[in-house]
Design a protein around this ligand. Structure first.
Ligand code: AMP
Ligand code: MG
Length: 299
């Protein structure tokens, strides 16, 4: 896939994000528009398939070389497609080297610790791919929209300074992880307000999707504009050279899944990993073991 196009999805550090300027659909540029939706979709599905296979082998290598961990962060409004992305993008990956963690409203125990505690505990080990379905970014998103959820903290104003300190903590946390061998990929699944309405209605109309509907989704939808603003702030303040945000057009699930799969495989491939090599002594031991087995008498 065109590298320049992928790069354009990245939020350049220091750049002020205005989500209204980002398209949520499939026709991201003139070349795609010209090709037409059906042709673009067909090619996207092929790329997704190729990437699924490549991701499976990239993950084996990640596991064998045991040097890096990969942390994938998925954020987005309700119905943005976080769960479906995990299911489709990771379907070929060996479950042994991959763990998914979803974060909901914090428990009492979690609230009795600093806001990063529960995420810290859930980080992937070296060799693993860890996926955060929601993350510490919720603590500068939903919590910023509803500051009454900030509990058990020392008194003080919850103004700009407070939130800037949280962005700073997040950047420092990520810098620490990266310096110690964690690769961080952050995706914001960008959907339009109309698309969310469509997906919420689908949940209500389809018996098999009904369980996914939550009355709180409707409540939160009322805060749509405020959410867009807090997302803009978070994306602006925490997109860094080491861990940039990607704004993924997500009104079409196939677009989001293909782009995310492509970015993950490209990143892991760029680590230039290799299977461990054995010393001469170990090779001699293995040769000896093989001789023993071959000479074993048949029972
Ligand atoms: P779902 O992803 O549909 O299972 O919903 C999880 C809910 O938990 C969402 O409404 C989130 O806003 C909420 N949530 C996740 N993390 C936090 C957090 N740190 N503080 C408050 N609410 C959170
Ligand atoms: Mg939900």
């Amino acid at each position: 896939m065109n590298e320049r196009y992928l790069k354009r999805l990245q939020v350049r550090p220091g750049m002020k994000v205005r989500l209204g300027e980002y398209n949520t659909g499939w026709a991201q540029n003139d070349a795609l528009k010209e090709a037409g939706k059906e042709a673009v979709k067909e090619r996207a599905m092929e790329i997704l398939e190729e990437n699924r296979a490549q991701l499976a082998s990239a993950q084996e290598l990640l596991w064998a070389s045991n040097t890096y961990a990969v942390l994938i962060i998925l954020q987005g409004m309700d119905t943005a497609g976080k769960d479906g992305t995990i299911k489709h993008v990771m379907s070929g990956v060996n479950p042994q080297g991959c763990k998914v963690q979803s974060f909901r409203v914090p428990t009492e125990e979690e609230l009795d610790h600093t806001f990063l505690w529960r995420y810290w505990k859930a980080l992937p080990n070296r060799g693993e791919i860890g996926i955060f379905n929601r993350s510490y970014y919720e603590d500068v998103l939903v919590v910023k929209v509803h500051p009454e959820r900030l509990v058990n903290l020392p008194p003080g104003k919850r103004g700009k300074k407070f939130w800037n300190a949280r962005y700073e903590d997040i950047n420092a946390f990520e810098r620490h992880l990266i310096r110690n061998g964690t690769v961080i990929l952050k995706f914001y699944l960008h959907i339009s307000k109309d698309e969310q309405k469509k997906r919420l209605l689908e949940r209500l109309q389809d018996r098999e999707k009904l369980w996914k509907f939550s009355l709180s989704d409707l409540e939160e939808r009322k805060f749509w504009d405020i959410y867009q603003e807090v997302y803009e702030d978070a994306l602006t303040m925490t997109s860094t050279e080491m861990a940039p945000w990607y704004i993924i057009p997500a009104d079409h699930k196939w677009v989001a899944r293909t782009l995310i799969a492509e970015i993950i495989t490209t990143k892991i491939r760029s680590l230039d990993l290799a299977y461990p090599t054995l010393s001469g002594e170990s090779m001699a031991q293995l040769k000896e073991a093989r001789r023993h087995l071959e000479e074993e008498e048949e029972e």
